[in-house]
Design a protein around this ligand. Structure first.
Ligand code: ADP
Length: 356
C-alpha cells in the first residue's frame, strides 16, 4: 500500500459500489453505494434492522459479498471474482462488545496482531495505548477494566496495525450516557489523527451528528440521504429523515399559491398546487415573544430542560381544531401557564413533504 501522504490523490479509501445482500428471502441491503475518503468519518445511521451492520460486515469481509463491489485503496477486495479475507484487507474493527481476548493482558491484546519482534511489538502497542489514554492499564486483564477502558483498548487494538480503514459497529452503546460523551470525544480525536477512513454504525442521530463528517441515512437496506450533518438536519430529503433527526411538529396542509398554509403563515413549496402535504416544524423554529400582533398560542406548560426550555402550546389550527405544538427556546424561558404568547415561524427549520 502507498504511504499515507499519497492518499489524497488516490480514489476514496473505502468504496462500496452497488451492494445488495439477502439473508434467504430477506433483502437486508438494496443497491447501496458509498465512499469514505482518507481521514474522513462517515456514519451509517438508521433504525435497528435497516442493514447497517450487514454493510459493515460486507466491507470487512466477515460476510461473503453476493452482489456489487468492495474496494480499499483502489484495490478490489470483493466482487464476483474476488474475496480477500478480512485479515488481508487492512481494516481495523471495533465491535459493541469489544471482543478483547480475556486470557491476554491489555498490552498483549494490542500487540497480538502486530508484526516484528517481541520488543518492537510491545513498544508499538504501548505507543498506541498512550494515544488512546490507557497506557497505565497495560499490565491489567480485560475483565478488571471499566467499560470505557475496554472500549479504548479495543480501539487501540484496531488502530495498532495502522489500518487505512476503520470499521466500528455501535462502539459506544455499552457505555452509560456520561462516559459515552467522553469516550466519543476521545475516539473522534484518535480516529481523525490516525488518518484512516472510518465507517461507524450507529442508530443514534445525536451520535452521528457528533462523530460524522458525513452521515449516510439508511432505511430498509437502502441509502435515503448522504450528506454533512448540517445538510441532513436543515435540508432533510423526506419526512423520515426530518423526523429521525429530532422532534418535529406536524401540521396537515395543502399547497395553495406556492406554499403550504399554517397558522403562522405559508411555508413556500414547489409541490403542485392542491397537493396534500405535511408541514414538519422543528420546535426551535417556533420562536415565542410577548403576545402582540400576528399568530399566537396559549401556554399549556413550560419546562426548563437545561440549555433550553420546552413550551407546550395550544394553537388554533386552520380548520378551527386546536393543535398541540412544542416550542424550544434557548436558555430559561418560562412563560406563565395559561398566558398567550406570539409565535414567529423560522422557515429555515420548516419542511413541506407530500402526503398524497
Ligand atoms: P442493523 O445493523 O441496521 O440493525 P442488520 O444489518 O443487523 O441491521 O440486519 C438487517 C436485517 O437482516 C435485519 O432484518 C436482520 O434481522 C437481518 N439479519 C442480519 N443478520 C442476519 C443473519 N445472519 N441471518 C439472517 N438474517 C439476518
Amino acid at each position: 500500500m502507498p504511504p499515507r501522504g499519497a492518499w489524497p490523490s488516490l480514489p476514496p479509501v473505502l468504496e462500496l459500489r452497488d451492494i445488495t445482500h439477502h439473508y434467504g428471502r430477506l433483502r437486508a441491503v438494496a443497491g447501496l453505494s458509498l465512499s469514505v475518503g482518507p481521514g474522513e468519518v462517515v456514519c451509517l445511521l438508521g433504525p435497528s434492522g435497516c442493514g447497517k451492520s450487514t454493510v459493515l460486515r460486507l466491507a470487512a469481509g466477515l460476510e461473503r459479498l453476493q452482489s456489487g463491489r468492495v474496494a480499499i485503496g483502489g484495490r478490489v477486495m470483493a466482487d464476483a471474482a474476488n474475496d480477500v479475507p478480512p485479515e488481508a484487507r487492512g481494516v481495523g474493527l471495533v465491535f459493541q462488545d469489544y471482543a478483547l481476548f480475556p486470557h491476554l493482558d491489555v498490552l498483549d491484546n494490542v500487540a497480538f496482531g502486530l508484526r516484528g519482534g517481541a520488543d518492537e511489538r510491545a513498544a508499538n502497542a504501548r505507543a498506541v495505548l498512550r494515544r488512546v489514554g490507557v497506557e497505565d492499564q497495560a499490565a491489567r486483564f480485560p475483565h478488571v477494566l471499566s467499560g470505557g477502558q475496554q472500549q479504548r483498548v479495543a480501539l487501540a487494538r484496531a488502530l495498532a496495525p495502522e489500518p487505512h480503514v476503520m470499521l466500528l459497529d455501535e462502539p459506544f452503546s455499552g457505555l452509560d450516557a456520561r462516559l459515552r460523551d467522553q469516550v466519543r470525544d476521545s475516539t473522534l480525536h484518535v480516529l481523525k489523527e490516525s488518518g484512516a477512513a472510518s465507517l461507524l454504525v450507529t442508530h443514534d442521530p445525536d451520535e452521528a451528528m457528533f462523530m460524522a463528517d458525513r452521515i449516510a441515512v439508511m432505511r430498509d437496506g437502502a441509502l435515503v440521504q448522504l450528506g454533512k450533518p448540517v445538510e441532513l438536519y436543515s435540508r432533510p430529503a423526506d419526512a423520515f429523515v426530518a423526523r429521525f433527526f429530532g422532534e418535529t411538529n406536524a401540521i396537515a396542509s395543502r399547497i395553495e399559491r406556492g406554499g403550504a398554509a399554517t397558522p403562522f403563515g405559508a411555508v413556500p413549496s414547489k409541490l403542485p398546487e392542491g397537493s396534500a402535504v405535511e408541514v414538519l416544524i422543528r420546535p426551535e423554529a417556533l420562536r415565542l415573544k410577548p403576545a402582540g400582533q400576528g399568530a399566537s398560542g396559549r401556554v399549556i406548560a413550560a419546562r426548563m430542560l437545561g440549555r433550553s426550555s420546552l413550551v407546550h402550546l395550544s394553537v388554533d389550527g386552520l380548520n378551527g381544531n386546536p393543535l398541540h405544538l412544542h416550542s424550544r427556546m434557548p436558555g430559561r424561558f418560562l412563560p406563565e401557564e395559561g398566558s398567550r404568547v406570539a409565535i414567529e415561524l423560522d422557515l429555515e427549520q420548516s419542511f413541506v413533504f407530500s402526503t398524497g
